[in-house]
Design a protein around this ligand. Sequence first.
Ligand code: P53
Length: 476
Amino acid sequence: MSGFKADFMWGGAVAAHQLEGGWQAGGKGVSVADVMTAGAHGVAREITDGVIAGKNYPNHDAIDFYHRYKDDIKLFAEMGFKCFRTSIAWTRIFPLGDEAQPNEAGLQFYDDLFDECLKYGIEPVITLSHFEMPYHLVTEYGGWRNRKLIDFFVRFARVVFTRYQHKVKYWMTFNEINNQANYHEDFAPFTNSGLKYQPGEDREPVMYQAAHYELVASALAVKAAREINPELQLGCMIAMCPIYPLTCAPDDMMMAMNAMHRRYWFTDVHVRGKYPQHLLNYFARRGFELDITEEDCQALTEGCVDYIGFSYYMSFATQATADNPELDYDESKSLVSNPYVQKSDWGWQIDPVGLRYSLNWFWDHYQLPLFIVENGFGAIDVRENDGAVNDQYRIDYLAAHIREMKKAVVEDGVDLMGYTPWGCIDLVSAGTGEMKKRYGFIYVDKNNDGSGTLTRSPKKSFSWYQNVIQTNAEYL
Ligand code: P53
């Protein structure tokens, strides 16, 4: 029991829309991220009708990785990255989403980017849909509420699997597909599925319908990947926030179990190829009549994933209340503060033990290899006069999580493939659109208002992580 495997995939994670910029470069189309303004903690990002002159859209230029990726990858190589998780911006390949032919300039960009990674022995790990679907698919088709999106997505997937099959082995279909379990807010339904709701519309069944089409699209993509090249490894991607009962009162425990059902059934479908009975019974109880065909069910069974990718930032807690006799989970109302853990400046509960618990939970349920494809600490970094960023709090956060990860592997026997901390270079926050919510080992001189030189500089955590990789986390 020496710890992590010798070929453990240490690296870092980002998403195209949060760092590339170049929102119209090389024929790129407008994505859902391009119509979201900057918000802040407690101030939601505005989703505008198209791009409106004079508004601040932080993803348009982001940190200009589109033009600077060679320098950035060089820094990742210096840290010793074995892999680099990013996404392919769907709108670089299919600018509108419904074209018959892909955009060659976009394809070439990712060829060059992957070549640059491979030059250093860094293996690209790719997400197909990371909060950046073509906006045209929203305005023209209503987003994933429309079955036609299955074909558009599968076409996109086939094109990139075929093109990059010899450069990219590890893929994931939909980033944090289960975020939309929080359907009362506007953010997740829009970023996950391009859903905009009508006033007064019953949002919940719309979310289930969109998720169903995505799960079918994911399964068809997995099947296509195997036909194209059986070497490819296909994963799902789940936002894991384990939900604890606030107390050991039996109803709190049942409430937590129901909450876990509502947030993680997506994994059951990805892994087992069918819906859990509790969810089908819930649809029946609520009278949701969804468009789920026999052909869909067949497709689901034929496109089960090879591994489970997941993000872990925080745990949640919940509680039974008298006004909720069915113990139904509504993410916008059912969460309570956990008195035993600290919170980040953005209110995210810091809980390293929850990562060990999550790894065990996934392993017990599914017995599939696990890949932690996001984890990290969004914080306000201060640059000293000499330019240094002494982000000891980030080192503490990551070290505590890696320690728990190690226990899950060494003591609990979980099969863990790798670890890619989120935002390995500072980038635009997905949730708030801010630059000041930083995750990186590399500081990027850019501010919320768009000012800054874009200069990159290593933070204290840079050499710390370099050492973690070099020693395979032997000493923490
Ligand atoms: P930001 C919510 C809860 C957990 C993860 O998030 C989440 C979100 C959405 O905000 O998103 C993932 O930037 C996501 C990344 C994102 C990262 O976590 O809001 O996959 O795109 O940037 C961190 O601090």
